[in-house]
Write a protein that binds this ligand. Structure first.
Ligand SMILES: Nc1ncnc2c1ncn2[C@@H]1O[C@H](COP(=O)(O)OP(=O)(O)OP(=O)(O)O)[C@@H](O)[C@H]1O
Length: 323
């Protein structure tokens, strides 16, 4: 069997609790009830995962789930309390030092006074890959920003720059910790389009995200993490099917609400439909059919369809667990 790109086994990470608690409501502690000084914060509580070369995997979870802590250990930036992490068959630090791993981190500093082009060239010189500068800038959409100072770039543009820097050494494993944090929907879409073009057979990508839709559009496999533990590790399509529900909402003239409600309730795939004043809210898997019916046979306006949420994923998993 090929050496895994990443093997995490029995990983645990505890932080000493100092001063004001940093702990989210989801992180657990050892010892007494929450609120008391109850021992260390358990950020990661027994994670096992193996990722093959060339896989693209999303670590999906809410704030404080333990995603960043896990990825920091994979990058050799932090030591585990317990457990083993192997990156490309070696230790995280060795893999990092050999230039086989790159990362786009949430907090990684950029030199604000440098221009975008200068930044890329400086890092390329450090890696000895000056020849890759033009291609990487072109592919990450930075060519037109080359002369702009980093401090004048938007949050999304700075994230793009971090992404370009991570691509320079042509890493075998790319780690992205919420790479689209702070971007609007259009910038997020752009980022993932570039990302898609950048992944080729052989490069392994692991990214942390809060967004189920990002996992869905980019990662064939999703590892759902919460409270420092893996709650699910399965093909993203399966997760998506379990979560299925979308919400369609639309505003109707008051006289049309009852008839529209009866019509949508008769459609297959509608799990729940209710009226909140003049606004119809419909949950189910048949969002296309609901939207078509409302727009073609009623006077509905302001129609919105919302994608399944992370909360819905957790709900579906808990429901499945109860079966
Ligand atoms: N240096 C630290 N000291 C104490 N507690 C910490 C430290 N770093 C993280 N934690 C706690 O560990 C838990 C896991 O945090 P982590 O940053 O790994 O979560 P995350 O899933 O990446 O969240 P986010 O999506 O908000 O980045 C949280 O409760 C956090 O407050």
């Amino acid at each position: 069997m090929a050496t895994p790109a990443l093997r995490i086994s029995g990983l645990r990470k505890e932080y000493p609790r100092r001063g004001a608690p940093r702990m989210s409501t989801r992180a657990r502690t050892r010892g007494g009830p929450e609120g008391e000084d109850a021992g260390p914060v358990i950020a990661v509580d027994g994670i096992d995962v193996e990722i093959a070369p060339g896989e693209i995997v999303a670590f999906l979870g809410p704030n404080g789930a333990g995603k960043t802590t896990t990825l920091d250990i994979v990058l050799g930036l932090s030591e585990p309390t317990d457990g083993v992490v192997e990156v490309l068959g070696t230790t995280p630090r060795k893999a990092m030092l050999a230039g086989h791993v790159s990362a786009v981190l949430q907090t990684e500093g950029l030199l604000r006074d440098l221009r975008v082009g200068e930044t890329v060239r400086a890092i390329a010189a450090l890696h000895g890959v000056e020849g890759r500068v033009d291609a990487v800038m072109e592919r990450t959409g930075l060519a037109r920003l080359a002369g702009r100072k980093v401090q004048a770039c938007s949050g999304g543009e700075q994230q793009r720059l971090r992404f370009a820097l991570a691509l320079l050494p042509d890493p075998q494993l790319l780690i992205l910790d919420e790479p689209t944090a702070g971007m609007d929907a259009a910038a997020r879409r752009d980022f993932w389009d570039t990302m898609r073009a950048e992944t080729h057979a052989g490069r392994t990508v692991v990214f942390a995200t809060h967004y189920l839709e990002e996992a869905q559009s980019f990662a064939p496999r999703t590892v759902l993490i919460d409270g420092g533990r893996i709650r699910a590790d399965r093909p993203t399509d399966e997760l998506r099917e379990m979560v299925g529900d979308r919400v369609v909402s639309a505003t109707l003239p008051p006289s049309g609400v009852a008839a529209a409600l009866a019509a949508v309730r008769a459609l297959p795939g509608v799990r729940e439909a209710r009226a909140e004043g003049a606004r119809l809210v419909v949950h189910g898997t048949g969002s296309d059919d609901v939207a078509r019916l409302l727009l073609t046979t009623t006077a509905a306006v302001d129609l919105e369809v919302s994608a399944p949420s992370l909360e819905a994923a957790f709900f579906a998993l808990t429901e499945e667990g109860r079966k």
